[in-house]
Design a protein. Structure first.
Length: 95
């Protein structure tokens, strides 16, 4: 077993902010927009309505693609075998 290196105990040098440049947050480029985020689902809504509430990013986008592939396979009379862990439920992809 190796010993962990100890953390420095002395004071850290002060950070020089003289050359730091700032800019307004409104001018910052962002990879996502407000429209990409999830919206609330109504308890009386259908599963299709639930899918529309999911975010258009990350797991929400992937989950919708999986659902579309399953529906497409069933429409063509193909069998569907699904193996899935608990992660989608853990991160809120459940009605």
């Amino acid at each position: 077993m190796t010993r962990a290196k100890s953390l420095p105990t002395g004071a850290s040098p002060k950070l020089n902010l003289a050359r730091l440049r700032t800019y307004p947050l409104q001018t910052r480029h962002s990879k996502v927009k407000m429209a990409d985020f999830a919206s609330p689902w109504r308890r009386t809504g259908s599963f299709q309505a639930f899918l529309k509430t999911l975010p258009d990013i990350l797991a929400g986008k992937t989950f919708r693609a999986v659902v579309a592939a399953i529906v497409n396979a069933r429409r063509r009379g193909r069998p569907v075998i699904l193996g899935m862990g608990a992660h989608p439920t853990k991160v809120g992809l459940n009605p």
